[in-house]
Write a protein that binds this ligand. Sequence first.
Ligand code: 2NL
Length: 342
Amino acid sequence: MSISETLLEMKRKAGEELDHLNGTAALEALRVKVLGKKGELTALLKGLGQLAPEERPTAGAQINEAREWLTQRMDEAAAHLHKLERDAALKTETIDVTEPRPLPKVGASHPITLVMNDLIDCFTGMGFEVLQGPEVELDHYNFELMNIPKNHPSRDAQDTFYIDDNIVLRTHTSPMQARAMLTRKPPIRIVCPGRVYRADEVDATHSPVFHQMEGLVVDEHVTMADLRGTLTTFAKQLYGADVEIRFRPSFFPFTEPSAEVDLTCPACGGKGCHVCKETGWVEILGCGMVNPKVLEMCGIDSHRYSGFAFGIGLERLAMRRYGIRDMRLLYEGDARLLSQLR
Ligand code: 2NL
């Protein structure tokens, strides 16, 4: 076979294969077989040396012409295949931008946070400032300044977490109020929300970590009428204008006189139900006039100034408001609890 016949046959066969390619991989295989280093065309080029010298230029030109023709046909085929493969991908990989996506998970505030924020709104509305302080406290601030003497039962290791002899996890937020009295001058109007700690066993109504908000007012001429007025405003703002409060005598070392405050049952309005155990009243906080000894220990002249204070347990309020019967539910972090309160 002459060179030109061989080239013609090579072009015919390649052309046929190009017409029946099934993908870019087959095209690349064909390109290697014909044009590659060990390909058919390269073999012909290497064979040029065996030809008579006068035949070489024509044969070389014919081979080059065939290489150009084949290269162009393969480039065209490559472009065509790419377009086909792209069209197919566009069809199968289409994204329907109108399809609804799964809704993102939305967070919710914890019931303790909800209650705390409501109380903060209420008291800041009456001119109170919010102060926060350390949860790891000196015994001196937590107990001594609150008129809780060394042999008092609440100082027992059974009731308090001790870090060492002088350092405790605060058992109430009172030490923060003591810090405020020691560093500020009256008038003082503050609320101190936060975590407090008692060495209690966990059950449906107890937890070693819980939350409190205490309030403190110190000024000239502060009386129990101011205390009652403040707490009445608080009760009506949180539970509605129809509720009433009542004071029952009580005892705290840091207040004198002291009182427990009850609220007409928000569930039944005072008629009696399972929430108030048929009494018509539910307990909401403890309070009193700041013990003059506490004022003096905190650097305040008890002859010129007087004050009132109160302490509210946030767990009890939150559980009552949201009908949560077991305190443990507040700390287990089960998102199903929160999702019900959104
Ligand atoms: C409760 C009620 C109370 C206070 C907390 C207080 C703080 C200072 C001075 C005087 Cl700095 N009192 N706080 C007063 C009365 C009640 O908490 O049920 N506590 C266990």
